[in-house]
Design a protein around this ligand. Sequence first.
Ligand code: ZN
Length: 731
Amino acid sequence: MRSNPHGYIMTCTLAPGGGIRRHVISQSNVFLFLKNDRFQVKLESKCPGATIIPVILSSDKTQVTLFRDKSAYPLYLTIGNIPKEVRRQPSQHAYILLGYLPTTKLEHITNKAAWRRTIGNLFHACVSRIIHPIKVTGLTGAPMMSGDGAIRRVHPLLALYIGDYPEQILVAGVKKGDCPTCPATKDELDSDEGHDYRDMDAVLEALDLADGPDVAVFVRECKRLGIKPLATPFWRDLPYVHIFRSISPDVLHQLFQGVIKYIILWIKQAYTPAEIDARCRRLPPNHHIRLFMKGITSLSRLSGHEHNQICRILLGLIVDLRLPDNQSPVRLIQAVRAVLDALYLSQYPLHSDETLEVFEDAINRFDDNKQIFIDLGIRFHFNINKFHYLRRHYINAIKLYGTTDNYNTEYTERLHIDLVKDAYRSTNRKDEYPQMTLWLERKEKIFRHETFLRWKFAGAPSPATWHPPQITERRHLQMTRYPSRKRVPLTELAMQYGAKLIREALVAYFIQLDNPGHLTRRQIELAAESWHLPFQSVAVYHKIKFWNQDSQGFSGKTQTLDAVHVKPSYKNKRGQIVPGRFDTVLIKVKNDADGVNGIHYPRCLIINAHILPGLRVAQVRAVFSIPKLATASRLHRGTSVPTHLAYIELFSPFPPQPDRHHGMYRIKRCFDHGQRSVAIVPVTEIERSAHLFPIFGPVAPREWSASTVLEQCLTFYVNLWSDRHAYITIR
Ligand SMILES: [Zn+2]
């Protein structure tokens, strides 16, 4: 057991009255934080002026970290007052290791029931001992200095317990197969009946019977309530605790490794695996998309990350596939679409009443359509705890504890490396636990002192004002300082890059740039007759990158959020030809007289979201900048040419409505007098990359490939699953 450092509070922003409270933006409730309300109300009536520290515990038994032949079972702690952007960065040390729980297998106990009972009691006894200090402090409070220098009376109260399913049932003390949160047993998981939570008061009363004269009464009462007859669960004496409500959803294990894993399995059973794999190999490349060149049906033991990758292409693989016996695939498509919606919405970094309504609608749509899996003979029932948890408990949990990125098991899994493996390496491998804890304690002290010094040397600034996170990262486009190729003749752009109409397009662009009013097509054609390009080559860029604008300074670094590749084929060092890649993008368009019609930002679901005027898909053939002085003599004084331009081939505007069943927009290439419609646009008009699903028809043409499909296929659906930004922009 180790000391609990208070240093982190320095980085927290505290609302007046103490604690980070619910923020209300616009007219809607926005759910970002662990809300203190339910504790606050109870505490305020007894001892006014309390500041709540929502304690978040996390343990991970199934992912025990192995060092040599030894394993460790760490218990972590963090607090809800720390903004989640800080909490999820290991470098900020927002999680601390509270202690290592015993990993003994208790092999000397041969009776299975007795063994299970002992394991449970051992776990609860250990956790109970470790968190003992908060039992008293939670009730009486303790003075602690907060980021603004004020001394507050803080009450640490257990708010959440993060863990995967085996951990959840161990903590809640319920039987395997049952729901740890509500009274649903394993045969009732698909039912809509029942309460949202187990009855905490009744459970506590039943546990009191353990000290009574008749043990049989205690066991019977526990059985009736569906909990195990635990001697002393660690939460029994914690103030204001409701352990069943504190079990957090777990996106990684419940959704990616649960719901999505099932859906992929059922899809493999519904359709011909060979055809699904054939489609996987024929999707165009994109920054966000992993191309499964061997298909997905033969893969086994997939990680959460791989399931995430498959979700991005799943609907595109099955959208026009036929079911056996000519059954209608509509319900299956709608069920898959609903699950994907629920998956994406469950991971929003902020929610409002409206987005939670959309989330609920997605869950209901799945319920309305899931019967198809039974009709196809793939399933007999849906009593699956992962589906149950999503349907019954996610929305309530978000309302109570904020968005799911507040309680993500992925973060703690990452901690194993720092807090377990590195710590072990520092020991002499003999009686390692005391050495490991001492090593970690020293490291934490050094970190705290270092943070303090940095703050002091910076002139002791007051805590930064906290801004609510954006629904997606702010992105900004930045071109490299030097081009990929300095001088590429226009003829080469036409031949190698496929920018066939580069000269005509440039002339038309310059004429329009020089005459900002609206010119008719005929006027442009006339003017073009006497216009000659004053240059024959341009500097070419093979990549456009979008970076993360770290406006809040939490991560302290930038990352590539998106990239667009515009590169012709070339020979690599081994003499093999690497195919060219000309990515598709979304470009911003205005509603102009030609009826260029982009999609409009759909029902403004997200407050603060950037509202786009209109978007259209295009394929980029070349990105270039023209010699600065070359055009000066040809253009009016004061007309400036954007630094970076792109030659694009246009696709048809988004139709007014997406498909009614799968909700994707269908588009095709645009032609003008038998030639592809092209345009020159400033690179700044490119909003982001866009991934397209080719419409394959019942059988994907085998002559198509990932590198040629954009040329060979004529119609596409716009992929809205490639990343969250795409989902929010296109849905
Ligand atoms: Zn439940």
